[in-house]
Write a protein that binds this ligand. Structure first.
Ligand SMILES: Nc1ncnc2c1ncn2[C@@H]1O[C@H](COP(=O)(O)OP(=O)(O)O)[C@@H](O)[C@H]1O
Ligand SMILES: O=C(O)[C@@H](CO)OP(=O)(O)O
Length: 370
């Protein structure tokens, strides 16, 4: 009897690996063999998790979101590279560097390091590049990334803009020949799980700007700059596409470079050989911190549930808490920490609560497979 665990983190309380580690003993104690596979949606740590699929991890020095040098990890398997924009231009990275998250940093933060990282992978021999978006510090429309790939930017006075910080507000002309030449013949795939357009009410600045420090006025300014940038590149149609607003508009810049967009969750499962592990499993366990409507809109656990169903396998969900309105048909069972303990306790000391849930889960798995 084999169970395949593919859980996401319980944000703020347990990493995916910790959730797996708490579930494993009870299942193994009940005589169930446990396999575990990483689950991510293109967000932070995407390359590290993808090392499960035979990738080797590499590091490169690149420019951080507010300048300086940061060490970014990336992964390579043959000629395929995995790059995580948050490794070079992430919000967590900015905070780790001691940067404050405020309107000034929301305007200045640049994705140039991500472009440098892509250029680095190309020089190392990558011919196919998967770029994971999300967790970014930036709202620069991916202009920094383009500069990191060799784009040349000019301001209204015809002066060259060399500093990528805040370049979006100064750019009136962008020479794209550098990036287009560098990426000629290279397949670029964007792993992305948000479907926001570049601008407007659901755009990069309005929806994700505040978490990067933007106040109301900064959101408005950035939104205008992003719209202007799309006009500059004669790519207004591209700006309206789903995912163009991911990672501060890096989705847009990637699309302009000819990238195709895929679901991050699907991509990670493919890269890590999920279907092979599924073929050997009798039951699947997935979950995340909050099982809600967002989960079902293409996030990692939803993709796992879908694939398990297609393979005709029972699937259990383990979560911190679940939205009672989310449909549960088709699930073999749903276990929430808040069924075992008050939410405060489940959040402040989740380990023992999850261990108790694991006991119930193991019993349910056994009876489901009998
Ligand atoms: N140990 C826990 N017990 C109960 N609820 C939790 C626990 N850990 C996380 N959560 C809930 O999950 C939420 C985070 O949702 P999650 O699905 O992990 O991330 P996201 O949806 O942002 O990817 C938290 O705000 C909290 O409501
Ligand atoms: O980086 C961002 O702007 C957003 C959307 O892509 O990421 P997250 O969903 O991780 O906040």
């Amino acid at each position: 009897m084999r169970a395949l665990i593919a859980v996401d983190k319980f944000k703020g309380t347990l990493t995916a690996a910790q959730v797996t580690d708490h579930l494993r003993p009870a299942l193994e104690g009940a005589g169930i063999r446990v396999d575990a596979t990483p689950l991510a949606d293109g967000g932070p740590l995407f390359p590290a998790r993808s090392s499960a699929g035979g990738f080797s991890l590499h590091e490169a020095p690149v420019t951080g979101p507010l300048g300086g040098t940061v060490t970014a990890r990336w992964a390579l398997r043959g000629e395929q590279a995995i790059i995580e924009m948050a490794e070079a231009s992430g919000l967590a990275l900015l905070q780790r560097q001691g940067g404050s998250v405020d309107p000034a940093s929301a305007r200045a933060a640049t994705s140039v390091g991500t472009g440098e990282l892509i250029a680095h992978a190309v020089k190392a021999g990558a011919r196919s590049i998967v770029l994971g978006l999300g967790g970014s510090a930036t709202t620069d429309g991916g202009l920094g990334m383009l500069m990191g790939l060799g784009a040349v930017v000019f301001d209204a006075h015809g002066q060259r803009v060399d500093d990528p910080r805040g370049a979006l507000g100064r750019a009136t002309e962008v020479d794209m020949s550098g990036p287009l030449q560098l990426l000629d013949g290279i397949e670029l795939t964007v792993a992305c799980d948000v479907d926001n357009p570049l601008t407007g009410e659901r755009g990069a600045a309005a929806v994700f700007g505040p978490q990067k420090g933007a106040d109301e006025q900064t959101v408005e300014e950035l939104d205008v700059q992003l719209a202007e940038f799309a006009r500059l590149l004669k790519a207004q149609d591209t700006a309206g596409l789903a995912g163009a607003g991911a990672a501060g508009g890096m989705g847009f810049a990637a699309l302009v470079l000819g990238a195709h967009m895929e679901s991050g969750a699907d991509l990670v499962l493919d890269l890590t050989g999920f279907d092979k592990a599924l073929a050997e499993a009798d039951v699947v366990i997935t979950g995340e911190g909050r099982f809600d409507v967002q989960t079902l809109s293409g996030k990692g656990p939803a993709v796992v549930i879908d694939r398990a169903h297609r393979a005709d396998l029972p699937v259990f969900v383990v979560c911190g808490s679940a939205d009672p309105d989310v449909p549960r048909e088709g699930l073999a069972g749903l276990f929430q920490l808040t069924d075992k303990a008050p939410v405060e306790q489940a959040m402040s000391d989740p380990g023992p609560v999850l261990t108790a849930v694991a006991g119930d889960l193991a019993a349910a798995v056994l009876s489901c497979l009998r």
